[in-house]
Design a binder for this molecule. Structure first.
Ligand code: PMV
Length: 351
């Protein structure tokens, strides 16, 4: 993580907190998916995953430690958070408070530019920004690895948004104790060769999803006969993906990403009852991606916990791909993203 000013080392507990901080983070799209937890409390995944952080849809989050307040006050896009959204933020702040040894409540203001809950990774940018801002406001002195571990507790995919470009989130060893497992599961940047990638994002439905990714993962792991085979093949996909990234081979990167995502959706379709995020509009976009490939354009699709499709291509092919995808999306919008930056603090000293 990059900070715009050096951290001030102060040791007296009452002076450790900066009291207030604001951070920005961007969403990421997984090319090797995180699907399935082995520990829900610690948010430990079953499989390693690998993503590209985007340069669009930033979330900006301010945290102010509020000694006078009895409760945390959380606003998301100017509206007071309630229900599950509020509980997740308060639980996350409790973790930060416990580590900082500071019991004070906080005022949190978050602005998301991505549609929330539509499989467009709003929780990744949201919890990466909250982790960075809350850690600074409560005076935790974290390096990027620590911050990735912390963000993971809010939402697994947020661990990857701490880093810009491509990031790999380690599941950590299965047999480790809880404390060891917690320490061993974090994201880190992934080296790539010469690659100039873009993601053309087809938003076919920006509404919230019917089943949360959390619930869908649980059901898939518990009931889908396809889950274990996918988890095994995903490990192989990751090895091949790392080699393809290093080689700067966009065709291989795309092929591996597409099969990994389709496999993940197959695990959900085989869950009991099935979880189906893919809609007729999704399939229409997938058809347009196949047609692009028939026409000689390197274009490959990936989908998350929602019907929207992200098409990986060379940046130089973006116009052509966006045009084809736009023709397929009758009711929705098409956006173009490139690799974006990691989470960063805007200011952290209360001034
Ligand atoms: O971090 P969560 O709980 O929103 O899970 C996201 C899971 C997927 O987006 C479907 C895949 C991924 O790796 O981001």
């Amino acid at each position: 993580m990059h900070t715009e000013q050096p951290a001030t080392p102060v040791h007296a507990p009452e002076r450790r907190t900066t009291g207030r901080a604001t951070a920005v983070a961007h969403p990421n799209i997984a090319l090797i998916k995180y699907w399935g937890k082995r520990d829900e409390d610690l948010v430990l995944p079953r499989v390693d995953s690998l993503s590209m952080t985007l340069d669009i849809f930033p979330t900006t989050t301010g945290v102010r430690v509020a000694p006078e307040a009895e409760h945390d006050a959380v606003t998301l896009g100017g509206r007071p958070a309630e229900g599950d959204a509020l509980r997740r933020v308060v639980d996350f702040l409790d973790l930060v408070r416990e580590r900082a040894g500071i019991a004070h409540r906080a005022v949190v203001e978050s602005e998301n530019t991505v549609p929330t809950g539509a499989g467009l990774a709003s929780s990744a940018s949201g919890f990466a920004a909250l982790a960075a801002a809350a850690a600074a406001a409560y005076g935790l002195d974290l390096d990027a690895t620590d911050l990735s571990r912390l963000a993971r507790r809010g939402s697994g995919s947020a661990s990857r948004s701490v880093f810009g470009g491509f990031a790999l989130w380690h599941a950590g060893p299965e047999s480790a104790s809880a404390a060891e497992a917690d320490l061993s599961s974090y994201a880190e940047p992934v080296p790539t060769g010469e690659l100039d990638p873009a993601l053309v994002i087809a938003v076919v439905n920006a509404g919230p999803k019917a089943v949360s990714s959390r619930a869908a993962m649980r059901r898939t792991v518990d009931t889908s006969p396809l889950y274990e085979p996918w988890a095994v093949s995903s490990g192989q996909d990751l090895t091949e993906m790392r080699a393809a990234l290093l080689a700067g081979d966009i065709e291989a990167v795309g092929e591996i990403a597409e099969r990994n995502a389709l496999g993940m959706h197959a695990t959900m379709l085989a869950a009991r009852p099935a979880v189906r995020y893919l809609s007729p509009a999704t399939l229409t976009v997938l058809d347009s991606v196949l047609q692009l490939r028939r026409d000689g354009i390197a274009a490959y699709a990936t989908m998350d916990a929602g019907p929207n499709v992200k098409v990986l291509c060379r940046r130089t092919d973006t116009d052509r791909v966006a045009q084809a995808v736009r023709a397929a999306v009758t009711d929705g919008s098409v956006l173009v993203a490139g690799p974006g930056p990691g989470a960063r603090l805007l200011h952290g000293d209360g001034r």
